[in-house]
Design a protein around this ligand. Structure first.
Ligand code: ADE
Ligand code: ZN
Length: 354
């Protein structure tokens, strides 16, 4: 894992502050070299790496398109309900270590369905996995079913109907859109998103990672999304930034992912401070942590190192995430009051002031 130069007590504050994570993929988010190699062995296949060092070499990307190609190859290790249970629990355990109380994980049926993996196997595995996460790790896991945007509209719509047929026990709260963005504008999946709206499902989309501000506008206008995943290229269009800020549409920003996928050349060029300055509701997330050698805590370290964020700003990022979840209002009130009490106690302990 990358190291940090953040000094105490800020470092401990970042490590221990209660967290909610809203942009983390079940597949790429669990592909730690050892997990991926174990899954490969279980499924009688090989991967183009054999240990931590060779995985590090393999996990280098020229941009989003190459990343998704490598992701598709790596997730060939996911086939059965047991595999899906494993990855859900691997992410639950990593969450507990970071004091992540609640997360909404994306899973993308289109990444595995071409190989014949069944929807039922996924649902069985993730339902069992979220039970373990709650009981063993004290982490509340919910899911967002993402449409692989490179598939056609009908495939997207069919996935929405599959989601609608799931029981509450599965914990799916909404639908999203991911994979290669350039060449696949959000409006292609309007039918699926409108059906999801009719069914009362929440809606998000990856946009403005590789498709520019027009992709964000289209996700907002055509898909009626309630949060934008990434959204960072909105910075190229001041009217869009104003709109996002005015409507307080949460952005699930993944700073280290953006650097690893060459959205920006280095962290100092990231528009995060400008988005905050403009009044956008920003949350910080890790996207596919093992593939970017990060986790939510290290994303917070990295932006704090580069931009010199203070305790109040870290607290704002963390609180924004709870605010932007798709929990019910009653649950959100409970989580937020617990959050406020824990953060006050933590500040008292570390800084001598609540
Ligand atoms: N799937 C996993 N990570 C992704 C990302 N950053 N963008 C689009 N699709 C993804
Ligand atoms: Zn993502």
């Amino acid at each position: 894992m990358r190291t940090t130069t953040i000094a105490e007590p800020l470092r401990t504050f970042i490590e221990r502050i209660p967290k909610a994570e809203l942009h983390l993929h079940l597949e790429g988010g669990a592909m730690y070299p050892t997990t991926a190699l174990n899954l490969a062995k279980r499924n009688g296949m090989t991967l183009p790496f054999f240990d931590e060092a060779s995985a590090e070499d393999y996990y280098r990307f020229s941009g989003l398109d190459e990343f998704i190609e490598i992701l598709r190859a790596t997730v060939a290790t996911l086939n059965t309900a047991a595999d899906y249970q494993t990855v859900t629990e691997v992410i639950g355990e990593a969450a507990a270590k970071q004091n992540i109380w609640y997360h909404e994980l994306f899973f993308t049926f289109g990444l595995v369905s071409p190989r014949g993996v069944s929807w039922q196997a996924i649902i069985e595995g993730i339902t069992a996995g979220r039970r373990t996460n709650r009981e063993r790790f004290g982490v509340e896991t919910r899911f967002i079913a993402d449409i692989d945007r490179t598939t056609d509209a009908d495939t997207g719509l069919k996935m929405v109907e599959l989601v609608a047929a799931c029981s509450n026990e599965t914990g799916i709260v909404g639908i999203g859109l991911d994979c290669q963005e350039a060449g696949y504008p959000p409006g292609r999946h309007k039918a699926g998103f409108m059906r999801a709206k009719e069914l009362g499902l929440h809606r998000v989309a990856h946009a403005g990672e590789d498709g520019g501000p027009t992709s964000v506008w289209e996700a907002l206008k055509e898909l009626d999304v309630e949060r934008v995943d990434h959204g960072v290229q909105a910075i190229e269009d001041p009217e869009l930034v104003k709109y996002l800020a005015k409507q307080q549409i949460p952005l699930t920003v993944c700073p280290i992912s953006n650097i690893e996928l060459k959205v920006f050349p280095q962290m100092s060029a990231h528009p995060l401070p400008a988005l905050i300055e403009a009044g956008c509701l920003v949350t910080i997330n890790s996207d596919d942590p093992p593939m970017f050698d990060t986790d939510m805590t290290h994303d917070l370290f990295a932006i704090t190192e580069t931009f010199g964020f203070d305790v109040a700003q870290i607290e704002r990022f963390a609180r924004n995430s709870f605010q932007a979840t798709f929990m019910s209002n009653e649950e959100k009130t409970l989580y937020l009051s617990r959050f406020d009490a824990e953060v006050s106690a933590l500040k008292q302990e570390l800084f001598g002031v609540a």
